[in-house]
Structures are given as structure tokens and as C-alpha cells.
Design a protein around this ligand. Structure first.
Ligand SMILES: *Cc1c(COP(=O)(O)O)cnc(C)c1O
Length: 391
């Protein structure tokens, strides 16, 4: 291979990690029609499009209410802020969070003047290790935030019974797990991710399984008082025009994104099924002594494969990724640094106990392509490239 062809391959690999144009190509016509509908409506904040989307989302998740927000981070922040306004949480209360997550989960807690308490990950699922939660509870613990990381539901009997017996509020970070289902029923009997606890936050960031064409998010809950408080907080804290009961923020779902999301939401089952098929192809084909595959399940829904994350146990993850890119496969890392080791938390000493599993996942994780135009044959081809890689 000449240097010049190698160089162009690095700029545009045969298998890109994620090509968002390819993700949206199958529904581009419907997206354009929906955008035209909004442009012609003259309604660019709130209105029918947002209301219709909220209804469709709540129906999918199995909650009584859905409230559109500007993004997924705001959805998390607004839930916690609403509980503070409602007197269900007090500043300084502790919230259990997974040590291994995207930092937004943790930032949302500290942003609401609450104290995030990270609990280590389960090496098998890479989610919160629920067996460690009880030991992390103190007299100040008031809430717990399961994060369904990489699309895998984080919910079991241990969490359900702890939450119920200790009266803990449960806020799900459902940003990566739209359409997933739990094997164990949630607090109100539903098995759907987003309806397992008291409230949940969804993100429609463009890379998520249901992605907007910009920023968007939503709060899901069957607690009507909470939904009304979130809706007011997200609209300057006003319950009616020019009447502000809270010092709120502006975080609304745009009708144009609601219209895009109504198109995307109608394909969520197909999207999640396609991701499952690709994960199965990786599971069947990848075989390397220095690579740990993610836990596979035979259910199509307890993991919706937002990411397919392998753990590289060899000496240099960087070298492994570089060699893969040279062989035409782009990868990513979710996430290289756990929140408790980020500079923004350096002075707060978030970690109360060692968090070795989360730290080792961050050193070893490699996300393989799982979305977009990738066929099952492509996925198997990527797996064979991985198997043949010499490093
Ligand atoms: C994407 C994501 C968020 C934040 O969502 P935004 O819409 O980007 O603000 C929060 N938590 C997790 C786990 C996420 O993956």
C-alpha cells in the first residue's frame, strides 16, 4: 500500500465509526416533509407538533407524562431541580450515581446543589454494581440514579427493594436506552426503561438511538405534579404567562426537532433490532485472547446497543485502535476518564471508596461501529479484521 492511499484511508476509513448522514438517509424524505410542515405552520415554539411528540413518546415509554426539553442534560437537571422545589430533596442530599458514566449524569446532581456519590461498576455489565449500593447509603442519601449505559438496562431486585425500603427517589438516566426493557419490574410495575423509577431523562442528541437533527431531550414520569413543575421550570419558572413561581430556565423542545423526532421515533423498533443483529454478528465472530466482548443476552430488548464496547486487555489500547484504523475500522472510546477523576471534581473528592472497576473500564474500553448503514456482513467483516490484527 502506498503512503498516499494509506493517508486517504485514515481520513475516511472504509468503516467509519458513525456516519450521521447515513443514519438519517433512509428517512430523509420524511424528515424534509416534516420540516416543511413546521416551516409552513408559522409555529416555532411549542404548539401541536411538540404536544403530539410528547404524547407519542409517553405512549412508547409507558408513562403518563412526557415533557420536551432542550437536551438530555437539562432533562436530568430539571427533574432534580423540580424535586428540590417540591421539597422532596434538600440541597446537600446525596444521590447515588454510577462511577462509570457520561459526565452529564454526575454534573446534573452537583448542578442541583446535591452531592453525587459514585458507586463502582459491575465488570460484567459495565453498569452500576447494584451489590455495592447499600454500603454507600448514608443518612443523607435521598435518591439514586441508575444509568442504562450503552443501552443496557440497569435495574434488578436489589435496586428495586433498596429504593422501596429506604424511600429513595429513583431518576433514570435513560439517554442511551430508549426502547429497552427490564427483566425485573420497576417501582410501578412497568418493565420499560424510562418508566422503572419515579422519573427519567431521555436525550435525543444526534448520535443516540433516536437522534434529533440538533439538541433535544425529554423528561418522562407518571407523577403529574413533577411533570407540571418541570414544565414550569423549563419555561422561566412560569405556570402561566407572566406569572413566575420559580426562578426557572429556558429549556424547551423546538417544534422543528419534535417534527424530526416524530419521524425517528416511528422507526425505533427497527433501529434497535438492527443494532441487536450487528451486536450478534460481533458476538459470533470476534475471538481474541486480549479482547473481552460485552455481555450478550438472548433478549432483543434488555440492551438496545447504543454502543458495542469491547475491553482491550493488551498493553496499548492506543496502538490497537491505531492499527484498526489503518485496517479501515474507526473506533471510539466511551469514556476515557471517569467523572470522579475529571479536573472539575478534583477539589471535591467525589470518590469515597476506591473505584477500580470504573477506572479499568476507562483504560480498556473500545467502542466498535454499531450504527448507520452498517450491514450484518460489514459487522462480521470488521470482526474478522479485528481477529486478524497483529499487534
Ligand atoms: C447523551 C447523554 C446525556 C446528555 O444528553 P444531551 O442531550 O447530550 O445533553 C446524559 N447522560 C448520558 C448517559 C448520555 O449518554
Amino acid at each position: 500500500m502506498s503512503n498516499s492511499s494509506k493517508c486517504s484511508e485514515e481520513q475516511s476509513p472504509r468503516y467509519p465509526f458513525l456516519d450521521l448522514a447515513a443514519v438519517n438517509a433512509p428517512c430523509a424524505g420524511r424528515l424534509a416533509e416534516a420540516a416543511c410542515r413546521v416551516i409552513e405552520s408559522g409555529r416555532y415554539i411549542g404548539g401541536e407538533e411538540v404536544e403530539a411528540f410528547e404524547g407519542e413518546l409517553a405512549a412508547l415509554a409507558g408513562t403518563d407524562c412526557a415533557v420536551g426539553t432542550g437536551n438530555g442534560y437539562d432533562a436530568l437537571r430539571l427533574i432534580l431541580r423540580a424535586w428540590v422545589e417540591m421539597g422532596r430533596l434538600q440541597p446537600g442530599d446525596e444521590v447515588i450515581v454510577p462511577a462509570h458514566t457520561f459526565i452529564a449524569s454526575v454534573l446534573a446532581v452537583s448542578d442541583a446543589s446535591l452531592v453525587p456519590v459514585p458507586v463502582d461498576a459491575d465488570p460484567l455489565t459495565m453498569n452500576l454494581d447494584t451489590s455495592l449500593v447499600e454500603a454507600a447509603l448514608t443518612s443523607r442519601t435521598r435518591a439514586i440514579m441508575p444509568v442504562h449505559l450503552y443501552g443496557r438496562v440497569c435495574w434488578d431486585d436489589t435496586l428495586a427493594s433498596l429504593a422501596a425500603s429506604r424511600g429513595l427517589l429513583v431518576v433514570e438516566d435513560c439517554a442511551q436506552a430508549i426502547g429497552a426493557r427490564s427483566a425485573v419490574a420497576g417501582l410501578s410495575g412497568s418493565c420499560r426503561a424510562g418508566a422503572l423509577g419515579h422519573a427519567s431523562a431521555i436525550s435525543f442528541y444526534p448520535t443516540k438511538n433516536v437522534g434529533a437533527l440538533g439538541d433535544a431531550g425529554a423528561v418522562l414520569t407518571s407523577d403529574r405534579e413533577l411533570a407540571a413543575t418541570v414544565r414550569a421550570l423549563a419555561n422561566y419558572g412560569s405556570d402561566r404567562r407572566y406569572h413566575n413561581i420559580y426562578a426557572g430556565v429556558n429549556s424547551r423542545l423546538d417544534p422543528i426537532q419534535a417534527a424530526m423526532l416524530r419521524v425517528k421515533l416511528s422507526c425505533v423498533a427497527e433501529e434497535n433490532a438492527a443494532r441487536f443483529a450487528r451486536a450478534m454478528a460481533y458476538e459470533r465472530t470476534i475471538c481474541r485472547a486480549d479482547l473481552v466482548r460485552p455481555l450478550m443476552s438472548d433478549s432483543v430488548t434488555d440492551c438496545v446497543w447504543h454502543q458495542y464496547v469491547v475491553r482491550f486487555t493488551g498493553p496499548s489500547r492506543d496502538l490497537f485502535r491505531r492499527r484498526l484504523l489503518e485496517a479501515g475500522v474507526a473506533t471510539d472510546v466511551h469514556y476515557p476518564v471517569p467523572p470522579h477523576l475529571q479536573p472539575c471534581y478534583a477539589r471535591r473528592q467525589l470518590a469515597r471508596t476506591p473505584l477500580p472497576v470504573a477506572e479499568s473500564i476507562c483504560r480498556q474500553a473500545v467502542s466498535l461501529p454499531i450504527a448507520g448503514a452498517l450491514t450484518v456482513a460489514d459487522t462480521a467483516a470488521i470482526a474478522r479484521i479485528i481477529n486478524d490484527l497483529e499487534i
